[in-house]
Design a protein around this ligand. Structure first.
Ligand code: GTB
Length: 218
């Protein structure tokens, strides 16, 4: 059964693959599942039909038969549980890969998003100059720890997993910034992930929405 996901009709990232539908597209590509996309405008996000799927009026959502989900972590778990390729079979390794999914979403993403939001929305505020170094330090702390753990390894724990997929999508929000480039092994980790054919297919699909060459639901 082909699942349906939602994505921005006009993503503010202008096709850079930073909106969170990219994670779901990538996961579906990794496991070889076809999917349809329903594009939603910012107005539609807050309308009743979409709110029935997503209580916070956001993208992405995921519909598969009578299962409807929101939250990328939950959506990735569902995809990884239903299809081979994103979580190891061995129970211990599987649990560790799941821990990395949570680490990406709960430990790395919050300081990265907070820093990004401050730089977008608070730049003209009197406290910004004092606050930014604090936010930078919180991001650097986590990047440094992650960099040490990754070391020279290809992926975070054995073979590529949903943990790597989420971690890379979170780290990509810092791409091109000095704060990330101070950790060369994290930069090559991201590049390695972006070289995966599934990543490229997912990226091209979301870019096609921006360029208008999109194929969607129906
Ligand atoms: N915790 C939820 C999840 O993981 O699914 C968060 C979902 C979420 O934040 N969705 C955002 C959204 O729908 C889009 S991805 N926002 C609309 C709203 O809240 O009204 C966040 C995002 C947006 C834009 C960029 N960008 O332009 O670079 C990057 C990331």
């Amino acid at each position: 059964m082909t699942c349906i996901i939602t994505a921005f009709a006009q993503s503010p990232d202008r096709g850079r693959g930073l909106a969170r539908d990219m994670r779901v597209r990538w996961a579906l590509e990794e496991v070889g599942q076809p999917y349809d996309v329903r594009l939603v405008t910012f107005r539609e996000l807050k309308e009743r039909a979409h709110l029935a799927l997503h209580p916070f009026g956001q993208i992405p959502t995921y519909e598969e038969g009578n299962v409807a989900l929101f939250e990328t972590g939950a959506i990735l778990m569902r995809i990884a549980e239903c299809h081979a390729g994103l979580l190891p079979e061995e129970p211990g390794a599987r649990a560790r890969a799941i821990a990395w999914m949570f680490a990406a979403l709960n430990t790395l993403e919050p300081p990265i998003v907070e820093r990004e939001m401050a730089s977008l929305l608070e730049r003209d505020k009197p406290w910004y100059a004092e606050r930014l170094p604090l936010l930078d330090d919180r991001v650097r702390l986590r990047l440094g720890e992650l960099s040490v753990r990754l070391g020279d390894a290809e992926w975070l724990d054995g073979p590529f997993s949903a943990g790597d997929l989420l971690m890379v999508t979170v780290l990509r929000r810092l791409e091109g910034l000095e704060i990330l480039e101070a950790y060369p092994n994290l930069v090559t980790y991201i590049d390695r992930a972006k070289a995966r054919p599934a990543y490229k297919r997912a990226f091209d699909a979301q870019l096609a929405v921006f360029t208008g060459k999109v194929s969607t639901e129906g």
